[in-house]
Design a protein around this ligand. Structure first.
Ligand code: ADP
Ligand code: MG
Length: 564
């Protein structure tokens, strides 16, 4: 008789479903699952916190279109992973979490790390279940993988009771379940496509918005042809950056506020009208803007703004449909309109302001100077991982993306602490490209211990900590000393402050990576060049900047209080 364990069935089923990566932390009762995963040919990356493991597994989902697996132990292990599941669900990224749980015959008895795991995951996932028997494992895993990818992608959870991990079953009794194919592709209604083109043709000030749904949907080739054939200006959302290169002639990212405010027709490609796009409402949008909404999720249509045209289906397929229409009647939005001059004037004016800040050399450095010099050294094909408040906001405008799915950031949920997990995932998948994490000092702290993971697996990730001594902004070392003299720091230190000039670089050297303390532009250049030439181990540049450095004057506050 050919016997197989629960752990083996879990691992083999994941492999059959073409899950290639597993990120996790082992312990009772899932050690055997990780061992079986490696035996089945799945790459296993042992992490230091389940949150980071889940961020990593979901980034694999975004980068490849097939979920990564996240393996966690019962109780606290699973609870820590919930943050990653919530983040994946909010971002619409596929991920499958596998959780060990207490033995079935101890349930409700106060077992070790007992927790209602299947129920707990429901709020954070599209599907949450425990196979009722060993024989059911392959079909439950197939359903979890399929559900994570089909429709709007998201998180799924599969539970395995501790006693099932090492239990055996005769292999011939287990039904073989084959690999589920990629999601079926659906086209938009033909009439609606024609209507969308009429709206664009009638518009005086049209705008294309490229969201991370377009990146996930791999619409880059069709979209490039559409933008170039139609001559329309476009604007990426934060992770829509790179679907078309940031230096593309039609990119109006540097005139973002103006473009959003004055556009009279918007072709919205895989982006929700949530806080990131100011709800699509005044004061940030024209109240009469006609939105052509493209999404595969029907429930998304009409959120906050009733679309003039709703194109339901796959973005790539729909862009091809739009392209066919444009080709057929040879329409092109003229390049010499008032709208184009408005946008170009604004781009030039904004560039001047950033340029002035970027060229400042005064010490301590400001954000713009740091990003300007980083951007000059980064290879065009690098994957940029970015998080932090000012670090991410300013970095987004200063660091260019040239390729799709080459930017990973705090995303729809605004989650800080995602960076190192994302970088580990990106590095596991993209061996030939540089992965550069640009992190605020606060953001780095959430998952900082993952530098040990990077050192252990020799992942040559470059981490740049833009260190302003705090959350949003901190204080300088002299002020800190004064605060300590005045009284107990728990009563005198501003809650936003972190230890001034903390040596994050030494966290990296502690594990054998390269660490650099950077105060000047020269030190920045030398250390970044050295880091980028090392393919053997990770580096961390601890860039001390002026704690009072801030974003340049903004036309609107960061979170617009629209009246919904
Ligand atoms: P952003 O953060 O760039 O604004 P969002 O995450 O808010 O983007 O929106 C992405 C949207 O893209 C989601 O509403 C999701 O349903 C949709 N989406 C994801 N993949 C596809 C696809 N292949 N085709 C169409 N829509 C997609
Ligand atoms: Mg900071």
């Amino acid at each position: 008789m050919d016997e197989v364990t629960g752990a083996q069935l879990m691992a083999e089923s994941l492999k059959v479903q073409k899950v290639e990566y597993m990120f996790g932390i082992v312990g009772v009762p899932v050690i055997e699952v990780a061992v079986a995963a490696q035996a089945a040919g799945i790459k296993y990356v042992g992490m230091r916190n389940e949150q980071a493991a889940c961020y990593a597994a979901s980034a694999i989902g975004y980068l490849t279109g097939r979920p990564g697996a996240c393996l966690v132990v019962s109780g606290p292990g699973l609870v820590h992973a919930l943050g990653g599941m919530a983040n994946a669900n909010m971002n619409c990224w596929p991920v499958v979490v596998i959780g060990g749980s207490s033995d079935r015959n101890q349930e409700t008895a106060g077992a070790f790390q007992e927790f209602p795991q299947v129920e707990a995951c429901r709020l954070y996932s599209k599907f949450s279940a425990r196979p009722s028997s060993l024989e059911a494992i392959p079909s439950v895993i197939e359903k979890a993988v399929r559900t994570s990818m089909y429709g709007r992608p998201g998180a799924c959870y599969v539970d395995i009771a501790g006693d099932m991990v090492n239990a055996n079953v005769d292999r011939s009794k287990v039904r073989v379940v084959s690999c589920c194919p990629p999601p079926p592709v659906s086209l938009a209604d033909h009439g609606a496509v024609t209507e969308a083109i009429s709206v664009l043709k009638a518009a005086k000030r049209p705008l294309v918005i490229v969201g991370k749904g377009a990146a996930y949907g791999r619409a880059e080739n069709a979209l490039r042809e559409f933008v170039e054939t139609s001559g329309l200006p476009f604007l990426p959302t934060p992770m829509g950056k790179g679907v078309l290169p940031d230096d593309h002639h039609n990119c109006v990212a540097a005139a973002r506020s103006r473009a959003l405010l004055q556009a009279d027709a918007v072709l919205l490609l895989g982006a929700r009208l949530n806080w990131i796009l100011h709800f699509g409402l005044p004061p940030r949008f024209n109240p009469d803007v006609k939105v052509i909404q493209v999404d595969l999720c029907a429930e998304e249509m009409g959120n906050n703004v009733r679309p003039a045209v709703a194109l339901l289906g796959d973005i790539n397929a729909i862009v091809i449909q739009l392209l066919e229409c444009v080709h057929k009647d040879g329409w092109k939005y003229p390049p010499d309109t008032e709208w184009w001059s408005t946008l170009k004037d604004k781009i030039a004016a904004n560039a001047k302001i950033s340029q002035a800040l970027a060229l400042q050399t005064a010490l301590p450095l400001n954000y713009y100077a740091v990003f300007h010099h980083i951007s000059q050294l980064l290879p065009q094909d690098c994957i940029i991982v970015s998080e932090g408040a000012n670090t991410m906001d300013i970095g987004r405008t200063m660091l260019k993306n040239y390729l799709p799915r080459h930017r990973l950031d705090a995303g729809t949920f605004g989650t800080m602490g995602v960076g190192l997990g994302f970088a580990i995932a990106a590095r596991s998948k993209n061996r030939g490209q540089r992965i550069v994490c640009v992190e605020g000092d606060s953001a780095f702290g959430f998952s900082g211990m993952e530098v040990e993971t990077m050192c252990r697996y020799k992942l040559p990730v470059v981490i740049i900590v833009v260190n302003n001594n705090g959350i949003y902004s901190g204080v300088n070392p002299e002020t800190w000393k004064e605060l300590a003299k005045v009284g107990d720091l728990t009563t005198t230190a501003p809650p936003v402050s972190l230890l001034p000039e903390a040596r994050y670089d030494e966290v990296m050297t502690a594990f054998g990576g390269r660490g650099f303390l950077v105060r000047t532009l020269e030190e920045l250049r030398i250390s970044l060049e050295l880091s980028l030439s090392d393919w053997e181990r990770p580096s961390l540049l601890n860039v001390l900047i002026d704690p009072s450095s801030d974003r340049k004057q903004q036309e609107f506050p960061w979170l617009t209080r629209a009246h919904l």
